[in-house]
Write a protein that binds this ligand. Structure first.
Ligand SMILES: [Mg+2]
Length: 162
């Protein structure tokens, strides 16, 4: 259980990731969590910084798919504003959610990475799906109570403090 909760890489934010070595290792597809990973919780606006980050990755050749447990209509709308695709369903950490994103990307678990802020959804599910997992610090702390409870559990495993 513990090793399944361990990300392959942990960074402060998406902007701190050096994608060159990952690309060179064969990772060409990227699944992105939305809330608190690429945008503040439930704040679905596309910042210039985020848009530039996405364009840079796409120019490099990465295929990007959003995967969120939030309202799917909002996620689809956000994806189209960002110019990427979104998985047709949420439901992380269940395997089916990750599989739907991998299929949408026309990818394979061996050439796909996932970036997210939650151990029990993004990292646990990503590891179980055989993806390269990257944990980021959550963008903000304005989260609903359920997520807060999960954070307390996460801290027991990682010693991270919020
Ligand atoms: Mg999140």
């Amino acid at each position: 259980m513990r090793s399944m909760l361990k990300p392959r890489l942990a960074v402060d934010s998406i902007f701190d990731i050096d994608f060159q070595p990952l690309w060179d290792s064969g990772y060409k597809n990227m699944i992105l969590d939305v809330d608190n990973t690429i945008t503040a919780w439930n704040t679905y606006s596309v910042s210039d910084k985020l848009k530039k980050w996405v364009l840079k990755l796409e120019n490099k050749g990465f295929c990007i798919c959003l995967l969120s447990n939030n309202n799917q209509e909002k996620v689809q709308q956000f994806a189209s504003e960002l110019g990427v695709i979104a998985a047709p369903r949420g439901g992380k950490p269940l395997l089916g959610a990750f599989q739907s994103a991998i299929t949408a990307l026309n990818a394979d678990h061996r050439n796909t990475l996932i970036i997210g802020d939650q151990l029990f959804t993004d990292i646990l599910g990503g590891n179980r799906a055989g993806l390269y997992t990257i944990l980021v610090e959550p963008i903000d702390k304005k989260e609903f109570i359920g997520t807060r409870f999960v954070r307390i559990l996460e801290n027991l495993f990682t010693g991270r403090s919020y």
